[in-house]
Design a protein around this ligand. Sequence first.
Ligand code: BES
Ligand code: MG
Ligand code: ZN
Length: 500
Amino acid sequence: MKITITKDLDKAQDVLFLGLFEEDKDNGKSFSKELAEEVEEAMNRKAFSRKFGEMYSTKLSSHSYKKVVVMGLGEKKDLNAEKIRQALGKMVTCAKGRSFSSFTTNVVEKARDAASHESLGRAAAEGLLLSNYNFSKYLAKEKQEKKKPLDAVSLQWSSSATELSEGLKVGRIITEATNMVRDLVNEPANVVTSEYMEKMAKQVASEYNSVKLKVLNKAELEKEGMGSLLGVNAGSKNPPKLLILEYTGSKKGKHTALLGKGITFDSGGYNLKPTKYIEDMKTDMAGAAAVMAAVKIAAELKLKKNLLGVMPMCENMVDATAQHPGDIVKAFNGKTIEIGNTDAEGRLVLCDALAYTEAKYAPEVMIDFATLTGACVVALGYYAAGVMGTNAELLKKLEEAGNHSGDRVWQLPFFEEYQDWMDGTISDLNNVSQKGKGYEAGSITAGVFLSKFVEKAKWAHVDIAGSAYWCVDGPYLTKGATGSGVRMLAYYLMENQEKE
Ligand code: BES
Ligand code: MG
Ligand code: ZN
């Protein structure tokens, strides 16, 4: 989608979306008297109210547009960057649904006092490009045609556009990487294997001189003693891999390590998932994909920061060679783990990745992203990821980045009382809680397990089980993969660069 900025509304586009605040008295009169009359009449009929996001499709015909739609923007004081994402997302969905190919709108201009012009530009690009995304490659041509993305959008902006353009540029980079994640997560598990992810990581490394890829294959994983990770892959015909992207963007500063759960399919193993729970488990590598995207964004934006993108890739399958419930494995750091449940596999691959990363690179910060627990979907649903950890300052920064980007995180309490709930009885740890009924605070106890594999680094764990894959449409994200974590991380990394 081409995004342009024009001083006035752009008459060359198919549709005009005209935003109106509740307090806008003229009802669009500055555009045309005819429009104002129609809007007033619609308001009297209660067919339109100017509440945020409400649309009214006019009958207007005496002008250059194929369609003129009025959109309520609510009260001016409530407009912010997230609402701009939402408003533009709704416009894209509406125009796409009616097979138009372009539109122009005044909403960004209407928001000029709502946020910095750069952040408005970012939000505009995100709203437009996230909602223009389709995963339609497996549909017949005619059906693909119906979901055809828009070609062009023109944003009205009446003053200097330097900052707005810069924001649009950054927003596009962030969104394109997010949409790459959505593709990777939407692709089925017979396509996205550990080897496929390795190919993608290679591509990122070959695109930027500042990025290098290190791959640990099965033999090296065995040599390093990552018994926990290897146990998860034991039933799969696809090889396990630990992919490590390293981005160098600063001459000083220790690494920030980003780690992502990379289970290309989670059948549950011998604790097999039932129907209704197993079908979407191709999405269980969303954390790894988000981490790959974050490294790509950092390289593209040349962020002053040194990063690691660590992706433990496995497949959790059932086979004669698969691990049994009750098996005991030994992790990289020497701790023994009893497999209380083969379906709690995410923590088993991440714990080795965390311990290995800290031992080899001594990063200052480690943040992991994982579709880790069904409990997190129950607790928070789709609209925020769960976050927990041991460093209050890091958690606050992630929360802020989440709020600014619209890719939110919500803190779960990492209470002292839970810190021994993952202790084992005949081993150091069990991969499922042995206290109480076993399922209480499932997201927190999973985090507790991971925390036992971090020693010095400032660490946060982000559970994206609910936010990574939606079963409903939103204003600018649609059913399916969302790229959860990417925007939050991008905003966090931009705000926390090294001061050189
Ligand atoms: N990948 C799942 C978690 C998940 C559930 C992600 C729903 C996305 C949507 C994870 O590996 C898992 O199976 N967790 C178990 C842990 C339990 C056995 C302690 C769960 O949440 O049921
Ligand atoms: Mg599982
Ligand atoms: Zn899983």
